[in-house]
Design a binder for this molecule. Structure first.
Ligand code: NAD
Length: 425
């Protein structure tokens, strides 16, 4: 299957959960984290493993495996997306849940961190099978989710339609509509304006801040993007509208490059017609791997984890790496990039726009009062710029890279909330 082959071809084999724990350990020393709090934060609070029987179109039942992991809830209900992918593992979901805790703390929204995943290949399933899978998975995890407990959202290969099925299933069980149980919903059932582009928009805002502090002009800045889904496609579109030049993009089937700049709207139409950016006539074919190493100013990994490794970090030519994806850079690669003067805008900062507008969606649902898109984008900009400045200030003061800076801000906030609440019983 293309997705699985492609993924193993580009990703390192380091265990992603160990990588997430290592990132926490790295910052624990920097902020003199209390060893007991450190030990507590190294593990998830709760892990739910579910078997999901699904009626398939051919009349048989298939049994899928799914997870919901809640890492920490000291600052509020848990929040995090649901991933449908053939390569989902419990360790991956645990890592993604931990990153959500730090992300919510960094942008200072009152949530803890969670994540969900189902091992499945949505591309090989019919809409009916996907609906059956989503509804039964929701039912199985309904014992731990809810607007005051844990609020899922979209992630890789999950869509607003899937969020609508989650909302409906949970609501049917309660006997009344509960829009606040999930975010990233269609507008007609309590979704928020601006949510679809929020991850990309937040990424754009922090890239603009980074260009400003590095004194690089945004006009004509050359951008390469790996992954052309919700995060990557909208990042290309928004950045092109701001005058950036998109010079290379790729997805599971391959990529396309043009040093003079790709016609992004043409590319989006091509992807909508063919399902991929590969084969677009407005540039040269390029491999998924080459996109990472191409000549550009800003590299935006927007697909999966562990693609920037000790092996290729020395060949990355961008001055800024903006992690729209979660966990694209291994710790060993971080060190190489920092030494080479590349500014890495870490995932917990660069892709926090999605969860920030998810928070706005949840607030609007609870208040039953909906805001204009301009207000949402304006609030998002203020949150992102503030998070960038908190990170940059700490990183500069302590002379560390931006990931350690962001972790120091975020982990300190979570540690403070955990400590002040104390230990029950
Ligand atoms: P998506 O399903 O909309 O798109 C994924 C894209 O990545 C597709 O274009 C797919 O072809 C491509 N892809 C998959 N495997 C690939 C591979 N091996 N090489 C190259 N391309 C590959 O998913 P998304 O929501 O855009 O998520 C992408 C990343 O962004 C993930 O790491 C996700 O956790 C992160 N993220 C997403 C959001 C959000 O709001 N959607 C928020 C925060 C972080």
């Amino acid at each position: 299957m293309a997705t699985m082959l492609d993924r193993s071809a580009v990703q390192s084999s380091q265990n992603v959960w160990e990588m997430a724990q290592q990132q926490l350990d790295d910052v624990a020393a920097l902020i003199h984290l209390n060893p007991s709090v450190h030990a507590y934060l190294r593990e998830p609070k709760r892990v739910l493993h579910v078997s999901i029987p699904v009626r398939m179109d051919n009349g048989t039942f298939a049994i899928f495996t799914g997870y919901r992991v809640q890492h920490n809830m000291s600052r509020g209900p848990a929040k995090g997306g649901i991933r449908f992918h053939p390569d989902v593992t419990l360790d991956e979901v645990k890592a993604l849940a931990m990153w959500m805790t730090w992300k919510c703390a960094l942008v200072n929204i009152p949530f803890g961190g969670a994540k969900g995943g189902v091992i499945c290949d949505p591309k090989a399933m019919s809409m009916q099978e996907l609906e059956n899978l989503t509804r039964r998975y929701t039912s199985e995890i309904s014992i731990v989710i809810g607007p005051e407990k844990d609020i899922p959202a979209p992630d890789v290969y999950t869509t607003p339609q899937i969020m609508a099925w989650i909302m409906d299933t949970f609501s049917m069980q309660q006997g009344y509509s509960v829009p606040g149980v999930v975010t990233g919903k269609p507008l007609s059932i309590g979704g928020s304006l601006g949510r679809d582009k929020a991850t990309a928009r937040g990424c754009l805002y922090v890239v603009e801040e980074a260009l400003r502090v590095l004194e690089m002009p945004p006009q004509g800045a050359r951008v390469a993007i790996q992954g052309f889904g919700n995060a990557g496609l909208h990042a290309a579109d928004l950045m092109a509208m701001r005058g950036f030049r998109i010079v290379a993009v790729s997805d599971t089937r391959g990529g396309v490059a043009n040093p003079k700049g790709l016609d992004v709207r043409g590319l989006i139409a091509h992807k909508s017609d063919t399902g991929s950016v590969a084969g677009f006539s407005g540039g040269e074919a390029i491999t998924n791997r080459d996109v990472l190493e191409c000549d550009c100013d800003v590299l935006v990994p927007a697909a999966l984890e562990k693609v920037i490794t000790g092996d290729n970090a020395g060949r990355i030519r961008a001055k800024i790496v903006a992690e729209a994806a979660n966990g694209p850079t291994l710790p060993e690669a971080d060190a190489i990039l920092h030494e080479r003067g590349v500014m890495v805008l870490p995932d917990i900062l660069a892709n926090a726009g999605g969860v920030t507008v998810s928070y706005f969606e949840w607030v609007q649902d609870l208040q039953e009062n909906f805001w204009e898109e301009e207000e949402i984008n304006d609030r998002l900009r203020r949150k992102m710029v503030r998070a960038f400045r908190d990170t940059y200030e700490l990183a500069s003061k302590r002379n560390v890279d931006m990931r350690r800076g962001a972790y120091a801000v975020a982990v300190s906030r979570v540690a403070e909330a955990t400590t002040v609440r104390g230990l029950y019983p």
